[in-house]
Design a protein around this ligand. Structure first.
Ligand code: R5P
Length: 231
């Protein structure tokens, strides 16, 4: 196992220590969330009683394969805990998510959870968000108009940079919700709250990857061990 994979596992193990029998869980997406699902499945087969709401078809498939019991957010609209990865996090526990395209369901699930624990390797902690391109999920209708409106909304905040329609296999990437993703390389985002409001005001934007006020705890693993930041 690579060092990075081992750190993801360590962060996942720390998050798992917060899971108790009887809990309802939001289950994240991505390679770090996958490490969590694998450890969770071991505990479930050893008798842990939980039920999870997956944040993507990909995580749902892995949970089914490993025997992690699932429900839907409609059946269980209030969750005890959500555990998920992140593409970037700052010291105020603001995040960029959506590198894997799951940001919409991830945000809905995080908002429905009493607590959100974010698991990541140390390299994801940044001073200022934005080195990672911000995923913006958009409706397919009028995507060029939405693209221009996103560009304008960002430029009014002094943010410029390339906006690219995410591709996969030579075609536009389609999210689990049937939408498209524009990856916005703004560089440093000094005021994520203002950008969040500006993007939500653009018709055609379904959701964006800035997670603000959602993470309660950030578990970071790296060469120096595992540590937690709390909000
Ligand atoms: O859409 C994907 C999610 O937001 C992931 O949690 C995020 O991209 C981090 O993924 P990873 O753990 O693979 O770095």
């Amino acid at each position: 196992m690579s060092e990075a994979a081992e750190w993801k596992r360590q962060a996942a193990r720390e998050a798992l220590s917060q899971v108790e029998s009887g809990m309802t869980l939001g289950i994240g997406t991505g390679s770090t969330a996958e490490a969590f699902i694998r450890l969770l499945a071991e505990k479930v087969s050893a008798g842990l009683k939980i039920v999870g709401v997956p944040t993507s078809e990909r995580s749902a498939a892995l949970c089914r394969e490993l025997g992690v019991p699932l429900t839907t957010l409609d059946e269980t609209p209030e969750l005890d805990l959500a555990v998920d990865g992140a593409d970037e996090a700052d010291g105020a526990l603001r995040l960029i998510k959506g590198g894997g395209g799951a940001l919409l369901r991830e945000k809905i699930v995080a908002a429905a959870a009493g607590r959100m624990v974010v698991i990541a390797d140390e390299a994801k902690l940044v001073e200022t968000l934005g080195a990672f391109p911000l995923p913006v999920e958009v409706n397919g209708f009028g995507v060029t108009a939405t693209y221009l409106a996103v560009e304008k909304a960002a430029s009014l905040l002094g943010l410029t940079g390339a906006l690219t329609l995410r591709q996969e296999g030579g075609r536009p990437f389609i999210t689990d919700g049937g939408h498209l993703i524009i990856d916005a390389s703004f560089g440093r985002i000094p005021d994520p709250e203002a950008l969040s409001i500006a993007l939500h005001a653009v018709p055609g934007v379904v959701e964006h990857g800035l997670f603000i006020g959602l993470a309660s705890s950030l578990v970071l693993a790296g060469p120096g061990g595992v540590r937690r930041l709390e909000r």
